[in-house]
Design a protein. Structure first.
Ligand code: SF4
Length: 473
């Protein structure tokens, strides 16, 4: 094949791309060059810039300071703002951050501001009297940015997505270059649409085989980070391809790409296939976002910094122990760890497929420890409330099993947050969690301990009160 048939236009001849990895191909295109190599410094054009309530106000401040109080963003249609972090809290400063985003979106005429409330002139105030479980958001609210970006049709193969959040790398599941940046860089992009970037060297992870029952994508990435260390991919692109990818759903790929940063990776990226196309096309169509794109494909002659083969069928339920995501152990060897709490949620572990795996194990049983469930997006919450297994919804199955399910999707306790955040650890507890990061203090109290695991392992452990291999449930 000498041309790439994208879903939009026919584009570059592959002769231009010989010897480049997927990441290099995208960065070459985005910088207007025929080819780039690892280590090159290039000016990259952004296709999308995403920011949220934690970093958005700071980014706006940098933009106004550097470009002027009346400056306009380089392209309103390429700016996506998704409040999601410190939302369902009575903390007035956190509420004010959402108001700053609303004022900026109005001033700039930004079409992709996913506000918490419906009134464009209103103020966001969380009603603590209603409690954390009942819905307190409007029609446009989108939930956790990394799960919401693809849902709302903002992730497209071959594009460049910058976001003011380290887990922006999750969108690499869709065959795009996506990475987290700081407020200063984001402020610069708001003004210019460009960023100076060093092209990362690519580590190649070839996936073979298929996951065994009870094993999830989360186990794959925890295994891999344990293999290379939590700094083992520092400023590298992590490319995932090979025959094993076909057996992974888009949710699975998102989980793996999301945690590239937990190995220090600059980005994670998957090959494009029929599943990618079907998901992206459906989401762009549904939301009326830009529907044409040019994927990048392998040509087989590229040079990798390092190559590893991952045999999916050999991976077992895996846990990353306190105090970092590289502390890998097998769940079956961890039964001596008694737990106080279990948590399923976040961009990594709060997707519909995560809750399905969670509910399969909890169905008809009851948890032994405090267990929290936070859907990543409103659409996921609706899925769980509308999907029935026989006479019960998945939501009801979880509630009957003793899980505290909130209708307010967001980052919640994944990042600790203000003291009234749902699920936050305000005392030194031990928690098994389907989230993605477990450095000290990550989910609240600095002396708490977080054990990262798949939703299946979290469910099995919630039933016993100690870390449990889900294949025993
Ligand atoms: S859910 Fe957690 S990891 Fe994901 S964006 Fe929110 S705070 Fe970050």
């Amino acid at each position: 094949m000498d041309k790439v048939q994208g879903c939009g236009t026919l584009s570059f001849s592959l002769a231009w791309w010989l010897y480049m990895t997927l990441t290099e191909k995208i960065l070459a295109r985005a910088s207007g060059k025929r080819e780039v190599q690892a280590g090159d410094n290039v000016w990259v054009s952004a296709d999308v810039l995403m920011t949220h309530d934690v970093c958005g106000p700071g980014t706006i401040g940098v933009f106004k300071r550097e470009f002027g109080a009346d400056a306009k963003v380089w392209d309103p249609k390429r700016v996506v703002i998704m409040p999601d972090h410190y939302i369902f809290t009575a903390d007035s400063k956190s509420n004010r951050n959402v108001d700053i985003l609303r004022e900026f979106a109005k001033e700039q005429g930004l079409p992709y501001f996913y506000d918490v409330i419906d009134d464009p002139n209103g103020k966001w105030v969380f009603d603590a009297q209603k409690g954390p479980l009942k819905r307190q958001y409007g029609e446009r609210y989108a939930g956790v940015c990394h799960a919401a970006l693809p849902e709302k049709g903002h992730t497209r193969p071959g594009e460049v997505l910058f976001g003011t959040d380290s887990h922006t790398c999750m969108a690499g599941a869709f065959n795009e270059f996506s990475t987290g940046i700081g407020n200063t860089d984001a402020g610069f992009i708001l003004g210019t649409g460009k960023l100076l970037l060093k092209v990362p060297a690519t580590m190649h992870f070839r996936l073979e085989g298929k996951l065994a029952p009870g094993v999830m994508a989360k186990d794959v990435i925890l295994h891999l980070i344990g293999e290379i260390g939590f700094d083992g991919a520092t400023y590298r692109a992590m490319q995932f391809d090979g025959p094993g990818v076909a057996s992974l759903s888009m949710d699975d790929r998102m989980t793996i790409a999301n945690m590239a940063i937990e190995a220090g990776g600059k980005n994670g990226i998957f090959e494009f296939d029929g599943q990618t196309k079907a998901t992206v096309d459906a989401r762009c169509l549904l939301n009326g976002t830009k529907a044409n794109y040019d994927p990048v494909e392998r040509d087989g002659n590229e040079t990798f910094y390092q190559e590893l083969t991952i045999h999916l069928d050999q991976i077992e339920p895996t846990v990353a122990c306190h105090p970092d995501p590289g502390q890998r152990k097998l769940a079956k060897s961890m039964g001596h760890i008694q737990l106080d709490r279990a948590y399923v949620g976040s961009c990594t572990g709060g997707k519909t497929s995560d809750f399905i795996a969670f509910a399969r194990i909890l169905r008809g049983k009851h948890v032994k420890i405090d267990t929290f469930g936070v859907p990543a997006t409103p659409a996921i919450a609706r899925d769980l409330q509308n999907t029935r297994w026989e006479d019960k919804t998945i939501w009801d199955i979880l509630v009957e099993a003793g899980v505290r399910m909130t209708e307010n999707p967001g980052c919640a306790a994944c990042l600790g947050g203000p003291v009234d955040t749902f699920g936050r650890m305000n005392t030194p507890l031990k928690c098994i969690s389907a989230t993605n990061r477990n450095f000290p203090g990550r989910m609240g109290h600095k002396d708490s301990q977080v054990f990262l695991a798949s939703p299946a392992t979290v469910a099995a452990s919630a039933l016993t009160g100690h870390i449990t291999d889900p294949r025993e449930s």
